[in-house]
Design a protein around this ligand. Structure first.
Ligand code: GTP
Length: 597
């Protein structure tokens, strides 16, 4: 294949600006599918993605386009994950491209993810074509959005395109621009194999399918390859492309993007961003910039019904086949029994996994409060990392603690900026930058991740009437005064309710949690104290008064079956409770801690 006829690109956009719709149009025009096969948004293959309207797994398609210049081109379109939690995977997908189509909704303008994604494209030295979408809508304002692109991003706007991905207007121009403005790949077919691992997932029939971008050399069935980061060796079984239908090919050459299968059993062996080379004639250096994506938010997942533990275990195993970015290990809690400690790329990732477990695997789950990874320097000189409050060493052994901070970019209409700034301050944030753009404000804040994992998204949305957009990236670790707050119910400490909080927030948070629990735990026949404590010191307390509840009182002593029915009903009601000490705690009480900001 003549490399000058290849173009590799991604579409980058803020959520809902039209990335998937544009991808569908491109696939439609380039004849990848018959129109009857064109389900809406073919790239979003999982139901749950369609439901959430976000793209989780990166996928890629090869398209053929006959240009007005008479030549036929091959376009490889690499889909990038659409949500803030998948920032690193976006970066790695972009590393497989020479260019990017930056899609901006002309009725909305630049949002937080537009900016972070465009910076990732620039970091990867990509050529960018700016596309203004949704021009069929009367509220589209090209002049205003163009000015934003110049002022905020600093990109020239002399070669932008106005389109409607919905009606198809301007799409041919997009295809011609791709040829004209995006550079073709330049790889050396005579060098040893060097390929970038772009993505991987588990297929029931094929095992692990790996998407690669060949930089140099070529790859074909029978070849022995090595993943450079993990040093794992495999023999290639099958090589092919997606059109978007799967199609085997004899080999993939420099600049080409396609898939390989080689009897890999686990997606966790395929690190996104890793370099693949051949065993016999290997390249000297891997591609730069590889770091395995790792979970930053952790929480416990427990089956509501303790009898479902094995089912939960099997379901997690199945899910992790397709998503190597979440981790799980078994743990037990005296309050919740047997469950798993799971790690996620962010809060939304957590929600997606939880939802998939509940919907696809029909599980009912209790989630404990999410935590981040703390670095703890012990007096002994050792440094340990923990993400479970119960692993926190005794306070006297601790020299100092550090917590992770993130850099958050927020776009918000001017009228809500006051509320957004107070929210960030309340969350211990430090302002890095603030600039006014039209009638909107872009604020960049350093914030402790620990404060974000509770209710930051929700609060940001509600204090801006849904108008604020938000993106984040990891920033640094900073020394912090953190304490382990335990909750005691009827004098007994409930492990699943412990959280690590900043000292300055402990009392307020402790009071809020106690009050919430007071409203969630039903009255019992005795008085129940609910307390928040740090070390041995009680910092907040609420009391649930006693109540005598006799369900049989109504039965006038007579009818035995009716009595039994009532007792059974009460028992079933209790099943959804967890008994701790003598107190029945409803499942939703465990989530209460999560929602207390
Ligand atoms: P994520 O998958 O969530 O990242 O969103 P996306 O950027 O892929 O956006 P998507 O293509 O799903 O489009 C979002 C919404 O905008 C959908 O309801 C589309 O139908 C609509 N939309 C996309 N392009 C156009 C357009 O040109 N005109 C109009 N009127 N609506 C559009």
């Amino acid at each position: 294949i003549d490399q000058s006829l290849i173009r590799n690109f991604s579409i980058i956009a803020h959520i809902d600006h039209g990335k998937s719709t544009l991808a569908d149009r491109l696939i439609e025009i380039c004849g990848g599918l018959e129109s009857r096969e064109m389900k809406s948004q073919v790239l979003d293959s999982m139901d749950i993605e369609r439901e959430k309207g976000i793209t989780i797994k990166a996928q890629t398609v090869r398209l053929k386009y006959s240009s007005k210049n008479g030549k036929e081109y091959i376009f490889n379109l690499i889909d990038t994950p659409g949500h803030v939690d998948f920032g690193y995977e976006v970066s790695r997908s972009l590393a497989a491209c020479e260019g990017a189509l930056l899609v901006i909704d002309a009725t909305q303008g630049i949002e937080a993810q537009t900016l972070t994604n465009v910076y990732k494209a620039i970091e990867n030295n990509l050529q960018i074509i700016t596309i203004f979408n949704k021009i069929d809508l009367p509220s589209a304002d090209i002049t205003r959005v163009k000015k934003q692109v110049e002022d905020i991003i600093g990109l020239p706007t002399d070669n932008t395109i106005n389109i409607s991905a919905k009606t198809g207007e301007g799409i041919i121009e997009v295809l011609e621009y791709i040829i004209k403005y995006l550079p073709p790949p330049i790889g050396d077919i005579n060098s040893p194999l060097k390929a970038l691992l772009v993505d991987s997932w588990y297929d029931k029939y094929l095992g692990v399918v790996v998407i690669i971008r060949v930089i140099d050399g070529n790859i074909s069935p029978g070849m022995k390859i090595q993943m450079m980061a993990t040093s794992a060796n495999y023999t290639i079984e099958n090589v092919g492309i997606f059109t978007p239908k799967k199609k085997s090919v004899a080999a993939l050459y420099p600049g080409e993007i396609g898939y390989i299968t080689c009897n890999i059993r686990q997606v966790s062996d395929c690190k996104i961003g890793d370099t693949i080379t051949s065993v016999v004639n290997s390249c000297l250096f891997p591609l730069p910039g590889f770091k395995p994506s790792k979970p930053v938010v952790f929480c416990g997942l427990y089956p509501t019904d303790a009898g479902n533990f094995i089912h939960l275990k099997d379901s997690l195993e199945k899910l992790s086949l397709n998503d190597s970015s979440f981790t799980y290990e078994s743990e037990s809690s005296s309050a919740l029994g047997f469950g798993f400690r799971c790690g996620f790329l962010g809060l939304l990732h957590l929600e997606i996994i939880q939802e998939r477990l509940e919907q696809e695997f029909d599980l009912d789950l209790v989630t404990t409060a999410p935590s981040v990874i703390y670095k703890i320097k012990l007096r002994s000189g050792n440094i340990i990392e923990i993400h479970n409050p119960s692993d926190l060493p005794d306070q006297v052994k601790i020299e100092s603690m550090e917590e992770p901070w993130i850099k958050a970019t927020i776009f918000v209409p001017e009228e809500y900026i006051g509320d957004v700034l107070s929210l960030c301050t309340e969350k211990r944030g430090e302002q890095i930058d603030l600039s006014f753009i039209d009638s909107r404000v872009m604020v960049v804040y350093a914030l402790p991740l620990n404060e974000i994992v509770y209710d930051f998204y929700d609060k940001l949305k509600s204090c801006s009437k849904g108008y604020a957009s938000f993106d984040w990236e990891e920033y640094d670790y900073r020394k912090s005064e953190l304490v382990n707050m335990t909750i005691l119910i009827n004098g007994e400490s409930v492990d699943a309710l412990s959280i690590i909080v900043h000292k300055s927030h402990a009392e307020k948070k402790g009071r809020a949690i106690c009050l919430r629990l007071k409203n969630l735990i039903p009255r019992h026949m005795f008085v129940i104290p609910i307390q928040a404590a740090i070390g041995g010191k009680i910092i907040a307390r609420e009391t649930i008064n006693a109540m005598r509840k006799n369900v049989l009182a109504k039965c006038y002593g007579g009818d035995v079956t009716r009595k039994r029915k009532l007792l059974e009903k009460q028992k079933a009601g209790k099943k959804r409770m967890r008994s701790i000490g003598k107190v029945d705690i409803p499942q939703n009480a465990f989530i209460a801690v999560l929602k207390t900001g």
